[in-house]
Design a protein around this ligand. Structure first.
Ligand code: MN
Ligand code: MN
Length: 456
């Protein structure tokens, strides 16, 4: 056995620590940079020339990152091996002008990010994380809801006693998206002179909250126009069941695969690979990989060009194109595990199961495979060999039955370069819920799979 892996218990403990910290893509980015630098990786611009064994990372807008261990063969000649996942997760974002008063409350007005079932976000403790940027460019970090004495936030729902009308509505209709707003403040404003009889409607004091934000964060209400504030579930990842075989946590999709790639790359840095080994931890996958930090951007190509330029003093277009076409990738994203209470959505005989290891999907997409890159059998065979030689427990699976739905990953955006791409990631129960479930042994085998691939 040529590969050595971190033991399962140690790996899962470290993953749970990371998952508790990385509640947003920016926090994942910061923690990833910290771990990479600790392992000897340096930001690419600090290198004039790159040689085999060098460890580099390159980030974009503090949200998307690529890291690599430079191989013996030049990238333009041999391409790269990539493990590519994402670190954004479904959540609620604060709107640009988030503060409003209604019926004695001050709310944060929220906008849905990614595919959620709205009802799952009601009546549960929520945390607020993000960055506010002042006009002078200075930034303030907001992190509220996970430290023991922090307050949390909450979206309320009607009591069952008065919920008869609500109960008649469909899942999508019974709670309007525009009402997914968190309670931010309820202290009443002091009544004005003419209100003092007490018969006027109580008014929560928005100006007191604005005053509080000014004192706490040194920001004005106007500064919220240039903020990226995210409402995410409060609380830390936990073990599930008396056998502690599962881990519950927010954002397994796709931090479970992204982190596995990160650890696998750090492992790979222990020796000099033939082919450059790399990882991508990207942003915006949950909204279609759009934007400058999503995988429909030029970030990946640009980073490859930056590497080539430092290997060959030149990075002509054809060299970059050759590098991309000679590359291969494991699209590191989660898939669905069979849910015993919903058997009619499982692709019978082709469904993923807990404790059967990391799951490969030859294609994702919907009923007609639309939106899928459909990996060629040659690359699937190569991965089968690597998994067997690396002692990795793995399964082949489809997301679900035809005509029941579908989903995609970044595979389609990477395969357009001509790269060989296979989807391979951790199977999850209740994917996209505020608290997702994954099995420890599958989590561990995901890391082993990426490690075996990058070191092959
Ligand atoms: Mn995903
Ligand atoms: Mn997802």
């Amino acid at each position: 056995m040529k590969n050595k892996y971190m033991p399962m218990a140690d790996y899962c403990k470290e993953y749970m620590r990371y998952l508790g910290i990385a509640k947003t893509e920016r926090r994942s980015f910061a923690e990833s940079v910290r771990l990479l630098e600790k392992a000897g990786f340096k930001e690419i611009s600090t290198f004039k020339r790159l040689k085999a064994g060098d460890r580099i990372w390159r980030g974009y807008e503090d949200r998307t990152i690529m890291a690599a261990v430079i191989g013996k063969k030049n990238v333009s000649e041999a391409g790269l091996k990539v493990v590519g996942g994402h670190t954004d997760a479904p959540r609620l974002d604060l709107k640009p002008r988030p503060l409003y008063e209604k019926g004695g409350y001050v709310f944060f007005d929220c906008h849905i990010y990614g595919g959620i079932k709205k009802y799952q976000w009601l009546v549960r403790p929520l945390a607020l994380y993000g960055t506010i940027v002042r006009k002078d460019g200075s930034k303030v970090q907001v992190e509220v809801g996970d430290k023991p004495n922090d307050p949390v936030f909450l979206i309320s729902d009607i009591l069952p006693h008065l919920g008869y009308d609500q109960a008649k509505k469909t899942r999508d209709e019974f709670f309007p998206a525009e009402d997914l707003d968190v309670i931010a403040w309820t202290t009443y404003a002091k009544p004005k002179k003419d209100d003092e009889k007490g018969d006027s409607e109580p008014k929560a004091d928005k100006s007191a909250l604005v005053e509080f934000l000014k004192k706490q964060y040194k920001v004005d209400e106007e500064d919220l126009l240039s903020a990226e504030l995210e409402i995410v579930p409060a609380g830390m990842p936990r073990e599930v069941g008396f056998d502690r075989s599962l881990i519950a946590g927010y954002g397994h999709d796709d931090r479970v695969c992204s982190f596995a790639g990160l650890q696998a790359l750090i492992d790979a840095a222990g020796s000099v690979p033939d082919v450059t080994a790399s990882i991508l931890m990207c942003d915006k996958e949950e909204i279609g990989s759009m934007g400058s930090t999503g995988m429909q951007s030029s970030f990946f190509e640009n980073t490859v060009a930056e590497i080539i330029e430092r290997q060959e003093k030149d990075a002509r277009d054809i060299m970059v194109r050759r590098a991309l076409e000679r590359s291969s990738m494991l699209s590191a994203d989660v898939t669905a595990v069979a849910d015993p209470h919903f058997p009619d959505v499982n692709s019978t005989g082709n469904e993923a199961r807990f404790h059967k290891g990391v799951a490969a999907s030859k294609y994702t997409g919907g009923t007609s495979k639309s939106g899928s890159s459909d990996c060629g059998p040659e690359f699937v065979a190569e991965i089968r060999r690597i998994m067997d030689e690396g002692d990795v427990v793995w399964q082949m699976a489809e997301l679900g039955k035809m005509e029941k739905g579908g989903g995609g990953t970044i595979a389609q955006y990477m395969s357009r370069f001509g790269m060989k791409v296979l989807d391979m990631g951790t199977p999850l129960l209740n994917m996209h819920a505020p608290c997702e479930l994954a099995a420890k042994d599958d989590i561990w085998n995901t890391y082993k799979a990426y490690s075996a691939y990058l070191r092959d």
